[in-house]
Design a protein around this ligand. Structure first.
Ligand code: AMP
Length: 285
């Protein structure tokens, strides 16, 4: 049975009850519009925990002025069906006003790891993410929390947050789930027109090109970056970045690295897509 709660107090109580029964609680935070990528996090949570809580909350704090908060897809009833079908134990779907009442005035800020890549283009984004996830951790008391490596920097930021503040939760990053043709699943893919959907594949083509030459022995980060960038530059309307960075610090890579993160963010019309691959670790996308 899937229990659905709208208020933070009720969510906390349901998680407390589970823990009181000796259950390990697993948390899957999402903004809804669930797809197979989100559901892979649920599967992993069910492997690692006895009681799985999924949150559906389009967190206004992590959107800047001019981003897609207003048109972000909201498919609540379908999301609930997915959760019921998967036997998710608890769904928390609060209103913004119950998460951020009028006197709310606290922000959780993580340092260097939030600065490059997304941080350059969405300077307030991670403060919104770390603040809401801290609240969710405090409400839930999870033993484990599951995030997708699709949002690689978010995963690293939240792992840093938990370690730095001694939060008793294991922050797990799960592999990227892709469409048959390689496009990473994203709630934002539904914004794409048919023509844009076709052009979106350039981001995967770039990651594949880098992966292929890495497999053949190329280790120069800038050469790999340029290969990944080329199709994105030619097919997307605007490129925020295609970067080659150290997968742990997200800073400059070492020379001749054993692993290298290639991460990209680019726009097709009004839609911003991100994707990445860790060379030396991930399968060919
Ligand atoms: P969102 O609803 O977009 O905030 O995503 C909620 C969680 O699902 C985040 O941890 C994302 O990284 C993860 N996620 C989104 N898309 C994918 C995907 N294609 N594969 C794996 N995880 C994903």
């Amino acid at each position: 049975m899937t229990l659905i709660v709208r208020e933070p107090a009720g969510f906390r109580r349901a998680c407390d009850d589970a823990r009181a029964k000796g259950q390990r609680v697993g948390l899957v935070p999402t903004m809804g519009a669930l797809h197979a990528g989100h559901l892979s996090l649920v599967d992993e949570a069910q492997r690692r925990a006895d009681f799985v809580a999924l949150t559906l909350f389009v967190n206004p704090l992590q959107f800047a002025e001019g981003e897609d908060l207003g048109r972000y897809p909201r498919t609540f009833e379908r999301d609930l069906e997915e959760c019921r079908a998967r036997n998710v134990d608890l769904v928390f779907s609060p209103e913004p006003a119950s998460m951020y009442p009028p006197a709310f005035q606290t922000t959780v800020v993580v340092g260097e790891v939030t600065q490059p890549l997304e941080g350059k283009f969405r300077p307030t984004h991670f403060d919104g993410v770390t603040t809401v996830v801290t609240k969710l951790f405090n409400l839930t008391g999870p033993s484990v929390a599951l995030f997708g490596r699709k949002d690689y920097q978010q995963w690293k930021t939240l792992a840093r947050l938990a370690r730095d503040l001694d939060m008793p939760v294991e922050v797990v990053g799960c592999p990227i789930v892709r469409e048959e043709d390689g496009l990473a699943l994203s709630s934002r893919n539904r914004y794409l027109s048919a023509a844009e959907r076709e052009r979106a594949l350039a981001i995967v083509a770039g990651l594949r090109a880098a992966h292929d030459v890495w497999t053949n022995g190329e280790r120069d980060p800038e050469a790999l970056r340029l290969l990944a960038e080329e199709p994105v530059r030619s097919r997307f309307d605007r490129v925020d970045y295609v970067a080659a960075v150290d997968p742990e610090t997200l800073g400059p890579p070492e020379a001749g690295p054993s692993r290298l993160l290639i991460a990209a963010a680019a726009h097709l019309g009004n839609t911003r897509l991100i994707d990445n691959v860790v060379l030396g670790e991930d399968r060919r996308p």
